[in-house]
Design a protein around this ligand. Structure first.
Ligand SMILES: NC(=O)c1ccc[n+]([C@@H]2O[C@H](COP(=O)([O-])OP(=O)(O)OC[C@H]3O[C@@H](n4cnc5c(N)ncnc54)[C@H](OP(=O)(O)O)[C@@H]3O)[C@@H](O)[C@H]2O)c1
Length: 284
């Protein structure tokens, strides 16, 4: 782990910023809890919040951040561009609107949410490139302190390399014991793209697995803590989501124990390729 910043260990980005390795997920799936976000910020030292236009809670987050009393400069805020806003002009407008809903003047990280563009008459590659040129501009103006992608596979990243200038700072991808895309992770590392994992608990599915329950017993931890710790030990930024304060607390208590190498290997061996969210493989 390179540094400690913004309330916990952080990983360095290619542009010199540091992203806190543990963030708080938010989402439209399973609801939004104002109490949980305020608790995470006030009581658990969480300084990294992951959201998206798609989740519909950017304005609600503005209220929670305000109530928490945590200063803007002490927070890492990631939000995402939804595909209905792809394209050069729309992207710039969508970023402004996300900032307005969040009540901020800049984003720490803005991600292109999904590689499929769904624009009639244009290939997704063409639209991704047009969109990325706007992201590059948002980065150059400082409105986005870093820019990245989400759910991009190696082929999408290779195309972007041919079509554009700035290498994404981050790729946010599904990552939990059943879904460990090692080739993509190695590729991202080779290009200095920070790998961020979403659905670290496999939306709860991983928590009932006998091997994970066994490891939880061994370390006197919970299955959720085992999964989150495993992501962190693999050098992956992780953003578990919960709407319950007691689980938020639990999910943050992952910096005072270490999984032995053999146990990391057990978890690494559980990959079966299943997705609990989206599978971007068919998208060209
Ligand atoms: N870029 C993308 O395309 C993308 C896609 C999906 C997700 N994400 C991001 O990743 C974040 C996390 O993903 P996710 O919410 O889908 O999955 P997740 O974090 O793997 O799992 C969340 C689920 O686990 C439960 N849970 C949380 N902590 C728990 C604990 N300690 N014990 C037992 N159950 C627990 C939650 O229920 P309760 O609320 O009832 O606690 C919820 O049902 C999202 O919030 C979002 O920010 C990004």
């Amino acid at each position: 782990m390179a540094s400690r910043a913004l309330g916990g260990p952080a990983l360095p980005l290619a542009n010199g910023l540091s992203i806190p390795v543990l963030g708080l997920g938010t989402s439209h799936v399973g609801g939004y809890s104002h109490e949980a976000v305020v608790y995470a910020l006030q009581k658990c030292g969480i300084r990294h919040i992951d959201t998206a236009k798609r989740y519909g809670c950017e304005s609600l987050l503005q209220k929670a951040i305000k109530e928490s009393g945590v200063k803007r400069e002490d927070l890492w805020i990631t939000t995402k561009l939804w595909h209905s806003d792809y394209g050069y002009e729309n992207t710039k407008q969508a970023c402004l609107e996300s900032c307005r809903r969040l009540g901020v003047e800049y984003l720490d990280l803005y991600l292109v949410h999904w590689p499929d563009a769904q624009v009639p008459g244009k290939s997704s590659r063409e639209v991704r490139a047009e969109t990325w040129r706007a992201m590059e501009e948002l980065y150059a103006t400082g409105m986005c302190r870093s820019v990245g992608v989400s759910n991009f596979l190696i082929n999408h990243l290779e195309q972007l390399k041919e079509d554009c200038e700035v290498t994404p700072h981050v790729n946010q991808v599904e990552y939990h014991p059943f879904q460990r895309p090692q080739e993509l992770l190695d590729y991202c590392r080779s290009r200095n793209i920070v790998f961020e994992g979403y659905c670290p608990l496999a939306k709860g599915e991983a928590l009932a697995h006998p091997k994970i329950i066994q490891l939880a017993k061994k370390y006197d931890r919970t299955p959720a803590q085992i999964c989150i710790r495993w992501s962190i030990q693999n050098g992956v930024v992780t953003i578990p989501k919960s709407t319950k304060v007691e689980r938020i607390q639990e999910n943050c208590e992952v910096f005072d124990f270490t999984l032995a190498e053999d146990d990391v290997a057990i978890l690494n061996g559980m990959h079966d390729g299943r997705h609990v969210s989206w599978d971007p493989t068919p998208i060209v």
